[in-house]
Design a protein around this ligand. Sequence first.
Ligand code: HSE
Length: 400
Amino acid sequence: MKHIAILGFGVVGQGVAALLTNNKEEVKRLVGDELNIKYILDLRDFPDSPFADRVIHDFGIIKDDADVDAVIEVMGGSHPAFEFSMDALKGGKHVITSNKQVVAEFGAEMIAEAKKHGVCYHFEASVGGGIPVLMPIIEILRHNKVREVRGILNGTTNYILTKMFTFGDSFEASLKDAQEKGYAERNPDADILGIDACRKIAILGALISGASINPDLIHTEGITEIRAQDVAVANKNACAIKLLGRAIACEDGKLSLMVAPFLIDADAPLGGVNGVYNAVEVLADPVDNVMFYGRGAGAGPTASAVVGDLCRCFTEGTHTAPVIFEKQSERLADFSAFACRHYGATDLSLSEVKAAFGEVTVLCEGKELAFLTEVMTEKAFAEAEAKLGKKLLSHIRKLA
Ligand code: HSE
């Protein structure tokens, strides 16, 4: 029998316990042994839970119990999740996590520590929830030349943008609806400001480059500035607006990383990903475009990825250790050199816009002028906007 400890008994922790109970036979068949939840660590008690007798409040008990083979860290937040995970690895226990914050910030240290002790540090659930996406990138696509990994990495913002797109609602009304439905937290900042997607693209960027990147250095924009008018213009022009995380391999060996809303052709693969769904698209040679799609959050989907990783610890051992190495922020390309077409909305005239931005494609003319520039670098765009003399009412990049 293998003994497991779950750190954190929230939505994901309870999902893991339910999965290990409900799919006990499937798990046993795969692992060749029974998995027993020996401890559940949480600050709270759960007197009505079938797992009430396993709930403890002192991590020291888990750390000191040599019978615990694997620790599932689903607490969220960096601390004490980082310290507990490190202690578990040092004690020769596998660690599995869905905690993207810890993976993005400390993945390199965790993997190094796991290797030192001959155990696994797995984190499939940290990106895309239930979508099996990291393992295929690590294992199956690794020999490809990856040009880009990009994705809709946050279900909350995708729900909000879909609501705005489908019903013409404002950002504020759509956020309120997402909160009422339990998709957005009471404090939604990590989602709507792009912070959650930033951590996820940092992890994907690390996997394709082999160098972990400090998420604080990634250009990150959220969706709070997107107006119903912009969504309507996008809709009329057969486009959707999506919050994308992008990790682009540059010719000089650097990696251009960003999180920002993008205008996407509605018939492009990512253009049709709606509601709370996530999708990750890998552009690589020679495989070409591959897309992974599914539920990026929730108890069941996230538990599926966590338990998948847990089983791998016992069936595959450590040979599949992912490829995040040292922190190498110098590998990050200068965002001002990133080039794409830009959408702008303004109450100035077309001739004023052309004088600043050069040739543009008009998307909508009325009270406001909405336009698309030719391909311009961020630097050139900023200079053109300064020349316009008035800040645009909206600025959204266009996915080529
Ligand atoms: N808040 C996240 C989302 C949860 O909306 O996608 C999963 O990481």
